[in-house]
Design a protein around this ligand. Structure first.
Ligand code: NAD
Length: 256
């Protein structure tokens, strides 16, 4: 379905981003990876799916580096057809204790980076009259939790941004949608489980059980494969009139 198309996935060296990149590659898309950490491992996983893969190490908190990444993708593959804004970080603290530098980093990486990639991707999508912008928001794009003010603000922000872009492109073949996962067992969440276990003096297994029990009625993690499946659907012709949604994949978290 996506043969000949190119998907750029930010923050795709691990977790959800890598899972979505793999799902798009399984449907034939060439992939531009981004993020830190095990770059070679991620590249090898995508290359094994028999598509072309390349990597750009732009720091999503730096607009000039994002511009360079978008130019790189256009030069390497012609244009970005599917843009997945996924890179994200978390910081947990009460608002009065929240380090200003951490607030700025969360807003820059989780929200402003999507503005920069999207503004730079849309012109070529308009020319082709086809494009998919998929923003990885969160259940925290729809409801809040304490001690996550920057994350919740950024995720609510990206849900709003998704809708504006959907309206601006409504008469074209470009769609813009958000995916709102609940808990997914990735390094980002494993860190919160580790912190909880240490803080409360409980086992990792108990910390994991408590984390799920607090928010996610299914008591099961959402998987990166499930999120990949939804991203593939959003790229399909069946999703052509799905525009501006914030689609929960959260085991019932936001149904409560
Ligand atoms: P992760 O930590 O496994 O992956 C984050 C990715 O972003 C990595 O590839 C990392 O290298 C990259 N990254 C971090 N800072 C970056 C920067 N400055 N520039 C470029 N890349 C950077 O996390 P994840 O859980 O896979 O999260 C991915 C997205 O999904 C995030 O936006 C997160 O908010 C969202 N999300 C995660 C969950 C969950 O439960 N894990 C739930 C809802 C939403």
């Amino acid at each position: 379905m996506l043969k000949g198309k190119t998907a750029l996935v930010t923050g795709s060296t691990s977790g959800i981003g890598l899972g979505i990149a793999k799902a798009l590659a399984q449907h034939g898309a060439n992939i531009v990876l981004n993020g830190f950490g095990d770059v070679e491992g991620a590249k090898a996983e995508i290359a094994a799916l028999d598509v072309q893969v390349d990597y750009h190490g732009a720091d999503m908190s730096k607009p000039a580096q994002i511009e360079d990444m978008m130019k790189f993708a256009a030069t390497r593959f012609g244009r970005v057809d599917v843009l997945v804004n996924n890179a994200g970080i978390q910081h947990v603290a009460n608002v009065e204790d929240f380090p200003v530098e951490r607030w700025d980093a969360v807003i820059a990486i989780n929200l402003s980076s999507a503005f920069h990639t999207t503004r730079l991707a849309i012109p070529a999508m308009r020319e082709a009259n086809w494009g998919r912008v998929i923003n990885i928001a969160s259940a925290h794009g729809l409801v809040a939790s304490s001690q996550k003010s920057a994350y919740v603000a950024a995720k609510h922000g990206i849900v709003g941004f998704t809708k504006s872009v959907a309206l601006e492109t409504a008469t074209t073949g470009i769609t813009s949608n958000a995916i709102c996962p609940g808990w997914v067992l990735t390094p980002l969440v494993q860190k919160q489980i580790n912190d909880r276990s240490e803080r409360e003096g409980i086992s990792l297994a108990q910390a994991q059980k408590d984390l799920l029990g607090e928010k996610q009625p299914s008591l099961q993690f959402t998987t990166v494969e499930q999120l990949g499946g939804l991203a593939v659907f959003l790229c399909s012709p069946a999703a052509e009139q799905v525009r501006g949604v914030a689609w929960q994949v959260d085991g019932g978290w936001t149904a409560q």
